[in-house]
Write a protein that binds this ligand. Structure first.
Ligand SMILES: Nc1ncnc2c1ncn2[C@@H]1O[C@H](COP(=O)(O)OP(=O)(O)O)[C@@H](O)[C@H]1O
Ligand SMILES: [Mg+2]
Length: 289
């Protein structure tokens, strides 16, 4: 494992110093969407946030790494021809497995077996991440739709990303689980940038109060600053869009929740979070943390 990781690091360092002009290379940020509890609306948020970034002229790729519960493809009603698992099995290039969704949205599905691969086969995993690194500069954002909670894989994705958006609902169970994620991640690396989104709020006030309580508790008890990106109302248009297997932002573009997601996106784009190493930094951290 360490040998392979060292080889990968060397290759990436060589490639970086070889670059003729830094100006021409677009930065690719890796953004993990995470939660403590499942079913809080992560996948719907990842999808619609991605589409909202596209409305702001960003190029976006969603990497569906919710092992076992991958469902971006279901939300889009597009069965992927290939997945990360099949890519590795058939020795394909990452470009061969990228699916094209609506409005130029790109996505990759993990597929069955990806989690076992993540745990057991370093050689194959190494190859996958090397392939992924070739996308550096081709998209502005890679959004990781991660699984709920703190599995080994999730934690690695969260710790390696440039930014983490933590999704919770106002329910106490969802909040306490999200808080556990912050505690664990902060304990492992206090420099991870985390932002909170409160989904399924019955009122703006409820969203604000939940976010205030959460960010204050994190600051007071963990010494962790978490910015609140905003809240999304509980809106029946979301399950309606899911049933239609079409993204909310496209099928109900003026719904309350779609408007809230656009607002959040505006907030996100205004943040001045320092750019770390982007995609290459993500890949290096996946191997070294
Ligand atoms: N803002 C919202 N208002 C109403 N229902 C929502 C909202 N966000 C998500 N949901 C519903 O919650 C359920 C879980 O959403 P999903 O995105 O699959 O969650 P996760 O990825 O966290 O498991 C879906 O049935 C979806 O319709
Ligand atoms: Mg999901």
């Amino acid at each position: 494992m360490l040998d392979q990781a060292n080889q990968l690091r060397e290759k990436m360092l060589i490639k970086q110093s070889d670059k003729p002009s830094k100006k021409t290379v677009k930065k690719t940020r890796v953004l993990a969407i995470a939660s403590g509890k499942g079913g809080v609306g992560k996948s719907n948020f990842a999808l619609n946030f991605g589409l909202s970034l596209i409305e702001q002229d960003k190029k976006v790729l969603i990497l569906d790494v919710d092992m076992g519960f991958a469902n971006i493809d279901v939300l889009l009603d597009q069965i992927p021809r290939e997945t990360i698992a099949s890519m590795i099995e058939k020795d394909l290039a990452v470009r061969d497995i990228i699916e094209k969704g609506p409005n130029g949205l790109l996505f990759i599905s993990g597929g069955n077996g990806f989690n076992e691969l993540f745990r057991m086969d370093d050689h194959k995993l190494h190859k996958f991440f090397q392939e992924l690194a070739t996308l550096q500069g081709e998209v502005d954002y890679i959004i990781l739709d991660t699984g709920a909670g703190l599995s080994y894989e999730n934690l690695r994705f969260i710790l390696a990303a440039d930014d983490v958006i933590l999704v919770t609902t106002p329910e106490p169970t969802s909040i306490t689980d999200a808080y556990s994620v912050v505690k664990m991640v902060h304990g492992k690396d206090p420099n991870v940038h985390m932002k909170l989104v409160v989904n399924q709020c019955v009122s703006i006030k409820e969203g604000q109060q939940t976010a205030d309580n959460f960010t204050q508790a994190a600051a007071q008890f963990l010494g962790k600053e978490i910015g609140a990106l905003g809240s999304i109302p509980n809106d029946l248009h979301v399950p309606e869009a899911v049933k239609k297997q079409q993204p909310l932002l496209l099928v109900y573009p003026n719904s309350e929740s779609a408007v809230a997601i656009r607002q959040l996106t505006g907030e996100f784009l205004h943040l001045r979070v320092p750019y770390k190493l982007g995609l290459k930094g993500f890949i290096m951290k996946i191997f070294f943390k």
